[in-house]
Structure formats: structure tokens, C-alpha cells
Design a protein around this ligand. Sequence first.
Ligand SMILES: Cc1cc2nc3c(=O)[nH]c(=O)nc-3n(C[C@H](O)[C@H](O)[C@H](O)COP(=O)(O)OP(=O)(O)OC[C@H]3O[C@@H](n4cnc5c(N)ncnc54)[C@H](O)[C@@H]3O)c2cc1C
Length: 410
Amino acid sequence: MTSEHNVDIAILGAGMAGASLIHLLRPAREQGLTVALIDRQPLTEEQWSTDISQRPPSFDGRATALSYGTQQLFEKLGLWPAMAPAACAIEHIQVSDQGRFGQAHLHAAEQNTAALGYVIENGALGQGLLANIEQLDNVELFAPAEADNVQMNAEGAELTFTDGRKLQTQLLVMADGGRSPLAAQLGIRHSRQPYGSHALVTQVECDQPHNHWAYERFSRAGPIALLPLQQRCFALVWTLADDQIDEVRALADDVFLQRLQQQIGMRLGKFIRVGERLSYPLALLQSKEQVRRSLVLLGNAAHSLHPVAGQGFNLALRDAAVLAEHLNRAYRRGQNLGDLALLQGYVQQQQTDQRNTIVASDALPKLFASQNSALAFVRDAGLSGLAAAPTARKLFARHAMGLGQRAARV
Ligand SMILES: Cc1cc2nc3c(=O)[nH]c(=O)nc-3n(C[C@H](O)[C@H](O)[C@H](O)COP(=O)(O)OP(=O)(O)OC[C@H]3O[C@@H](n4cnc5c(N)ncnc54)[C@H](O)[C@@H]3O)c2cc1C
């Protein structure tokens, strides 16, 4: 059977990673590159479920910390003006270790920027990425449409949808999330290291303004992040051991708020309201291969990180930007987009950034969870060192802000 559709690039998955890549490919699309964007979920908010846990995984009830570098990239892509009204600037960050004296503060003013990063609800991020997507040059949408088979062939790859349609492409970008059955069909294996914990995610309201402070508090059970949102609200990401998560998620609101208050103390004021609670099992997931001829794995499909440092999407976007830089150039030169050397060039360029970000996201929760007194000393020394040394603070801040590497040309 011949394919009904033929495109240059097919992006499977319109989550944060796939939807971002569409925008980054604009230079080539404007010159005629055709791209298909595929998702089993509809792409407009009006069609998403009112139950936030049933929405597309990238655009559910969470909030995301965007690094300063990510915000700058969205600005260049012309996406930021639509997102900005829903985003809250992080101007200060406090990192502390429960029960220890170590503590460090980062300030945007010290980095000569308006913000260290921004926090945005995932629904608003989704609207910003997907609004008017059907009007973009040379984009064909397949949504809702579920792909259930992939075959690599001489021309590239062929996807088959559950309704029997087929789509042939020179390059397939699998941005289909952390548990891709299609990658498994192709024999691509993943390593999975569970952390033995879940992230409990919700919003809490405080009786005092947050003044654009974000808090990262490390406790033996795991890190707790409070990220400023609109008004007096914080997005809460609370790491809890697997055997605690159901109990804490089900607590009555007042008991939940008390429990949280015990962890944080009264320094931010009194927590007075809590929203719907969601939970996510935490594991470091890495695919054993990121590229093959005519194939790239992107976003969670390539690597899914502990959310402690809020780097998963920020890293995926840097990957997408570098990938797009290679693809835009290759299209301009008339090269085959599935060329293995071309795709390997992308992985090579992102290797250091990926390794550094993954190692840091993996090490931080382990370092702070340890009862070992030598490690506690390292933590104290690290936090005190950051507190005392502006140069160390600058370096640390630059990495947290997503500025630790050469930015892709957009
Ligand atoms: C608790 C938590 C907090 C986080 N906080 C941050 C943060 O503050 N900052 C940050 O940078 N990152 C954060 N992250 C990470 C971030 O959420 C992920 O990096 C991001 O969601 C990855 O998106 P993705 O597009 O790769 O995958 P997904 O969101 O999983 O999207 C995959 C898409 O593919 C579609 N799909 C899958 N299979 C098929 C198929 N066969 N056919 C059709 N469609 C298909 C799905 O419907 C889905 O829409 C956090 C993660 C967690 C768990």
C-alpha cells in the first residue's frame, strides 16, 4: 500500500518538545519544508478535558519553571508576548537544607537580568505554543490521531495510524514522551532508574505576597520547590517517598497545609489554600540511542529527568533548538534530512549540555537525601560557598538560567 501523505519531517507528539520544534523549523518551512505534527490529543484548549489530569501530559495541571534562556528563545520566536501575561518572573531564589545551617540566595539583579527565570502554568504554555498552529506555513496537523506502527524504509520512515492512514517522511522525530511503544517497536531500549519517590504537584496560596521569590528546600524525604505564580500563589512540587504519596495526596486540605507548613516554617507566611493535587512517579529515563538514520528521539522520549532543578523541558528546548539549527541548514543546502552523519552532528553538539544537566538533576536529590555526615558537610560547604562567593554564584546562576552553553542560532 502506498502512503497517502508524504512530508519532509514528521513530529510524533505535540507536547512541549514537539510543539516547540515546529516553531524552531520556521526558516526551512518558509522555504518550503513540509512538517506534520501528530498527537493523539486535540491541539486546542477548548477541546481538552476539563479534568486536568486527563489533558495532554505536557499541558496538564502543573506549572513549569522556564529558564531565562528559554524565555529569551521564546522571545526570538515571537511566542513570548502571548505567554508573558500568564508568566511570573522569578527574581530571587533561596536554596536551603532542612535542619542544617547552609543556605544560599540568588538574585536577578546580581546577574544583571530582569529575572532568573519565569513560572507559567502548563495550560498557558500549551496555548502559547499551539495557538494558531494550523495557520503556520507548511504545517499539516494530524490530531487527534494515534500512530500505532512505524516502519523504517529506504526513503525514511512510514507511520501508520489506528484509522489505517499512512504517512511517509524523510525524518521522523519521536517526541512522544517517556514510554514510547513505537521506539520499543524499533528495538530502541531505555534505561530506567526509579528514585523511589513521587512528585506531588499542586498550587498553594499564602497570606503574604511572594515578592517573586522561589524556594528550593531540601529535606531527607526529598526536595520541595515553591515557585511563584500570580498573586500570592505558589506552584508546589513536593517530593515524597513512594509509600507516603497516597496518604499525603488524600489528606484533608487543612491537614495538608499544616503538614506543608511544618516542612517550610513560617518564613513565607501562612499557607491558606491548596488546589487539586496530582502525582508523578520519579525516575531517570534515558534512551540508549537518540538518533538513527531518518530518526531522532526528542524531549522525554530521549531523556526524562528528576524535576528537582526544573530542567527537563529547558534541556529539551535547547536540544530542539540545536536540532533545528542543523535541519534548517541541511534543508537550505538540499541535503537529505535523514542523513545519519547530520543527525549525529546534532547529538554530538548537545552531548555536554545533556550530560551536565542530567548529572546535576540526578545528583542533587541524592546528595541532599543522604544522612551521611560527610555529605552533609559537602552540602553545607556548597551552600555556604555559594552564599559567600559571587563568582561561584554567577556560575551556578548561569547554569540554572540555561546560559551555560552556546545558544543555538534561531
Ligand atoms: C512534576 C514535574 C515537574 C516538572 N517541572 C519542570 C520545570 O519546572 N521545568 C522544566 O523545564 N521541566 C519540568 N518538567 C519536565 C517537563 O514536564 C517535560 O520535560 C515535558 O513535559 C516533556 O514533554 P515532551 O513533549 O517530551 O513529552 P510529553 O509531554 O509526554 O508529550 C508527548 C506527546 O506525544 C503524544 N503521543 C505519544 N504517543 C503518541 C502516539 N503513538 N500517537 C500520537 N500521539 C502520541 C502524547 O499525547 C503527548 O501529547 C517537570 C516534570 C515533572 C514530572
